[in-house]
Design a protein around this ligand. Sequence first.
Ligand SMILES: [Zn+2]
Length: 447
Amino acid sequence: MKLSRAASFLCLAPLAHACLLPEESAHESVGVVRRQTTNNTGIPIGKADRFNDGTIAPRGLGTQPPGTDLGTLLSVKEIESAFRGLAKEYSFETFASPFKTYENATIFGGKIGGNSKGKSESPRVFFNAAIHARERGSSDNLLYFLGDLLYANKQNTGLVYGGRTYTNDDVRKALSTGIVFLPLSNPDGVAWDQATNTCWRKNRNPAAAIPGNANSIGIDLNRNFDFLWDFPRLFAPTVAPNVASNDPRAATYHGASAFSEPETRSIRWVMDTFTKLRWFMDIHAYAGVVLYNWGSDENQAKKQGMNFLNSTYDGERGLMPDSPAAGIVYSEYVPSRDWADKTYAAMRMGNAMDAAVGRHYEVTQSAYLYPTSGASDDYAYSRSFANPKLNKIHGFTVEFGFGNQAASCAFYPTPEQYHQNLLETGAGFMEFLLSASEIGLGDRGSY
Ligand SMILES: [Zn+2]
């Protein structure tokens, strides 16, 4: 407990980077990402295919006896096999995004639930996993949770995630929201990270690579979305160097342009295709936090015109606290109703994660972790501001786990941490779906 509290404190300190190691702070990180010389790479990666080429569905900890050991981390091959096994067992709709990755991988996804009153409805909730390659367990958390949800629905049972239990009614309610998901949104990066144990974060696009510099391959996909992407121009000069990077060698290199990458275009495509989406969850590690919009600056609900679209404020964003003496006073507009709904869902999720195994998750606005540009959760929410014809999507990020300081890469969990992460995210995802079903599927007034 002592350790996890220290870790989350570190991550919530100014300029700390939850998905980043301390030495990867954008302005100074152009070098090595392995910080320890050890062969400890955490939980081993599965060698065989336990889903037998897509013929066996994954089942998580929520529908199995306490103490069940799911064994090794899912390999890339097993993530794909588990996905097919799930689709086969429960006959849900699957799809492939039209954009192939640099290494020609397909970004695949599925659509489940959403059936109410006998008709199939457009999904309201979008889960995205593994956008950052090294955050091991992201795909596992999602696939095992969905496996539990579908199993419990079919068997008319509930779910148990450590200290949190859910009834079969809860299961049906959660599924009624309709879920669309991408279990592996950065397939090239994850394959590379699993093959090399290099603590790899980005994708593998070498478009801007510098010959002889291995770290200069790849783009940080979670800085590549079209939300304040052009950070040097849009953020305050003192903040901009920590928001993202223009340097291909950096862990937070944002790419040649917004949506330059097939992976981010695929995520946008899901949002464009499923037009009734209302809730988006991006699954990351590790800071032990649940985050909600915005990530650019402190939220405010009073000045509608003070927002990311208003060029009057270019060069002033991200400074927290503001600097009135320097003439920089900016905070990001969020309608108060939205703010309340986001906080409610995030708090419920954080509380459920706390109750699962007893580790504490902080719940906070993303900008309090550190200001960012081009992130998926903010892009999701920004869409309906930029184009009022689009559905409003609330954006969230969960940073599961608390890190493995003994490993060569702190993002590689121990077997015990992997297990705890599965219990916590299972409870958290359930609560997120129940919140969505209770407070906002978009059927209410002008909401
Ligand atoms: Zn991340």
